[in-house]
Design a protein around this ligand. Structure first.
Ligand code: NAI
Length: 509
């Protein structure tokens, strides 16, 4: 399918954060763009603001004067809705309100050509519901950009029940021509990113609520070990706890209060206390001038070992052995005495990658002084690791476990015996929710990973990550969590189970 011709005029309605960014993207792609806002002067102010930003980009060498001037020449602010009559595509980024969006599109329908396309940048309203008010709902599609639109690569192209297939194809091709990664999704709560990302925040809030460890340690482990660019708490503080809590509540309610998306009481308290994050100078961290924030918990120097014994298959953690070899440790491989995942014996400690049980529960299998460690995005390059000792583990054994990871160059944080730990539990839940979106025909598997990598900068798509861990292990973690908590929240997506039984990839049909 062909994209919209670059000579076609694009209308953008709403000259706020998103509308201004979208107008810039369309103009950068060569379209004449008309920007309208119901607040008089807002559209011209937005274009003036863009001009200032682009001039700074010229100074920094990010763009040329000619590019800036030609982009600005294609942008026009208009003061009447009627001035959008000749637009081939009109994208709205007005207030997030169903009635306002419906009224706007109804008013536009009487002005534009028969084949003009309407797009909504809504992040939470049903595209089907917005389209239902139109005479020709087939012309309406969701075009969900991410903030800041000129820099974020992702566009979710959302089809409502009545959206035309040709309209969807044209908008997919157009978003791609604008230099974006476009993914298709069906209009469902949260679309892809805002649905799949929920566990990133929710699991961190649960870990905090259950006293696994503190805020800075969770963030440090998610970044240093999980490879996420931002920790969940600093990200919630950046988004705003009120905004983040509202998105969670919307998704939860829209899914008929599916426990999988249950909002956090801790976050509700933060909102009640007006600890909204950066914008109120206090959130999970303190942003007031001179405030001292606590540092992540870091273990003192442990016992550096000379040798380790490895029992059974370490799975995703096998890369640790290459590191141990590089650190000069002698490695002895033994067959496992017990079925299931393998473990490493270091001094008096038994080290095993968490499997969704608590270490205390697993130790009852006969593993003495068991210390669980968390999943790393890449065990070779991870800068830190979290350890969780079983209740009966003695202090000397824990020092052996700590020393082993320190010998491998990792900073160690000892946390409470928390089932599934921090990174592993989060990644398994992200993957499970992502796979369930595929199961429910929202989008395909590739779209989930592209959306999470490009829309929220995850270091790896959660589905590819699940395959790296091993799908059977992911199911094992979730089943163990479901048993411990007795909550629906951790139920395994039927598609994930099917892929394990069929020994097939998440990316194959
Ligand atoms: P904003 O508050 O910065 O801008 C909204 C603009 O729309 C304002 O300038 C306002 O004067 C104008 N407006 C309101 N009602 C109007 C109407 N009936 N006709 C014409 N103009 C009208 O809002 P923001 O953040 O840009 O969000 C806009 C839309 O984009 C919302 O639907 C939001 O959910 C969605 N969105 C927001 C993202 C974000 O990070 N801010 C990300 C992705 C989507």
């Amino acid at each position: 399918m062909q994209p919209l011709s670059s000579s076609a005029t694009v209308g953008v309605i709403g000259a706020g954060t998103m509308g201004a960014g979208i107008a810039e993207v369309a103009a950068a792609a060569g379209h004449p763009v008309r920007l309208f806002d119901s607040r008089g002067g807002a559209a011209s102010d937005a274009i003036a603001g863009m001009g200032k930003r682009l001039s700074r980009d010229v100074e920094k060498g990010r763009t040329t004067k000619e590019q800036r001037d030609s982009l600005l020449a294609r942008l026009e602010s208009v003061e009447r809705l009627e001035d959008l009559a000749s637009c081939a595509l009109i994208i709205e980024a007005i207030v997030e309100d169903l009635d306002a969006k419906r009224q706007l599109f109804c008013a536009l329908e009487s002005l534009v050509a028969e084949d003009a396309i309407f797009a909504t940048n809504t992040s939470s309203i049903s595209v089907t519901a917005i389209g239902a008010a139109l005479n020709r709902p087939a012309r309406l599609i969701g075009m969900h950009f991410f903030n800041p639109a000129p820099r974020m690569a992702l566009v979710e192209v959302i089809s409502g029940l009545a959206s035309g297939a040709d309209v969807t194809d044209t908008i997919m091709a157009t978003a791609t021509a604008w230099g974006k990664e476009a993914v298709r999704a069906r209009s469902t709560p949260g679309f892809i990113v805002n649905r799949v990302a929920r566990p990133f925040y929710a699991e961190a809030l649960r870990a905090l609520g259950e006293g696994a460890t503190d805020v800075p340690t969770i963030d440090a482990v998610m970044k240093g070990c999980g490879g996420f660019r931002m920790g969940p708490f600093e990200l919630m503080d950046l988004i705003g706890n009120d905004v983040n809590a509202a998105v969670t509540q919307t998704v939860y309610d829209a899914f008929n209060q599916d426990r999988r998306f249950e909002p956090s009481l801790i976050q509700r308290e933060m909102v009640a206390a007006q600890r909204l994050g950066r914008k109120s100078s206090q959130g999970f961290f303190d942003y007031r001038e001179g405030a001292a924030n606590p540092l992540p918990a870091t273990a003192e120097t442990g016992n550096i070992p000379a040798a380790v014994k490895v029992y059974g298959d370490l799975g995703a953690a096998d890369a640790l052995l290459a590191l141990a070899g590089d650190a000069g440790l002698t490695i002895e491989r033994r067959t496992a005495q017990f079925p299931g995942d393998g473990w490493i014996s270091v001094g008096a400690a038994t080290l095993a990658l968490s499997d969704g049980r608590s270490a205390t529960q697993r130790a009852a299998q006969g593993l003495e002084n068991l210390v669980h460690f968390d999943l790393a995005l890449d065990f070779r390059t991870a800068g830190c690791i979290a350890l969780a000792p079983a209740d009966g583990c003695d202090a000397a054994a824990l020092a052996d476990a700590v020393g082993f990871f320190q010998a491998l160059g990792k900073q160690v944080s000892v946390i409470d015996d928390y089932p599934g730990m921090l990174v592993l539990r989060t990644v398994c839940m992200l993957a499970n929710v992502g796979i369930d979106a595929v199961h429910q025909q929202v989008c395909d598997a590739a779209a989930v990973d592209i959306a999470m990598e490009k829309g929220v900068n995850y270091p790896k798509g959660p589905l590819a990550w699940a395959e790296q861990i091993g799908l059977a292990r992911v199911v094992g973690v979730l089943d163990n969590l479901a048993k411990i908590y007795g909550e629906e929240r951790y139920r395994v997506s039927p598609l994930l189970r099917r892929k394990v039984w069929g020994e097939s990839s998440l990316f194959s049909d």
